[in-house]
Design a protein around this ligand. Structure first.
Ligand code: HEC
Length: 216
């Protein structure tokens, strides 16, 4: 074998290797393109479907979706409002309106059904801190943060006034439930029980501690 022949064999080998390399490179590129293509095809602009799926009956319910149109109802909607007069479980309809007469009637007729216990007072204090303190103040004097820094311009009433000291818990309960004067109703956001607990806390703790503070 001459030197030249050996050289030829080497170059042949080399070129063979090169061909092999580019074949792998090509196939990697090809599979990347294929993968990207599949990815794009499987994208779906309609968010209500998952595209191709396996055992689709498990995924797509035959039932109407909450917000989908529905020919079975007169108003054409799937989600229906509650029947007029429906009372949510655990709530009692409130018969008194936001008037001075009804406030007096409520104060006279309603009685706090809850026991005056440390547990109820502690929840009352907590709920007062969430719903009332920002206006009526930590001590109930009507100088809450919202009023003091002038974000709320109308003076929130003092809950320690002579008028409020005479008023029963039901009077406070009524004001929380339907509001009074410029103060809005809180009945829709505070549970009935918590409204009684707040009233209990104002009478039992805030007004009592105001008494001891004054006598010092
Ligand atoms: C956004 C501020 C604000 C919040 C929150 C608020 N109040 Fe009031 N409240 C007022 C204002 C203002 C008045 C006075 C209304 C008026 O004179 O027209 C008032 C009046 C009252 C009165 C009547 C006082 C009186 O002398 O007749 C009571 C009782 C009362 N609030 C209790 C509460 C309780 C309890 C909470 C929490 C559940 C609460 N308020 C939450 C602003 C607020």
């Amino acid at each position: 074998m001459s030197d030249n022949q050996i050289l030829d064999m080497r170059t042949e080998k080399n070129t063979g290797l090169k061909i092999k390399e580019s074949f792998w490179q090509k196939s990697i590129k090809l599979s990347l393109i294929l993968f990207a293509g599949i990815l794009i095809i499987s994208c779906d602009y309609d968010r209500r479907t998952t595209g191709w799926d396996y055992a689709g009956d498990f995924i797509n319910s035959n039932a109407y979706e909450t917000y989908s149109p529905n020919p079975n109802f007169a108003n054409g909607r799937t989600m229906q409002p509650p029947v007029p007069g429906t009372i949510p479980r655990g709530t009692m309809p409130y018969q008194y309106k936001k008037t001075d007469e009804d406030r007096a009637l409520a104060a006279q007729n309603l009685v706090n059904p809850l026991e005056n216990s440390a547990e109820n007072l502690s929840r009352g204090k907590e709920a007062y801190g969430i719903y009332c303190l920002q206006c009526h103040g930590e001590t109930g004097d009507g100088k809450g943060r919202l009023f003091v820094n002038k974000k709320y311009t109308y003076p929130p009433a003092s809950l320690l006034s002579e008028k409020m000291k005479i008023a029963p818990e039901a009077d406070i309960y009524h004001v929380i439930t339907v509001g009074w004067g410029i103060m809005g109703e809180h009945g829709s956001m505070i549970k009935q029980e918590d409204r009684w607990k707040i009233a209990m806390y104002i009478k039992t703790e805030l007004q009592k501690s105001a008494l001891t503070a004054n006598s010092k």
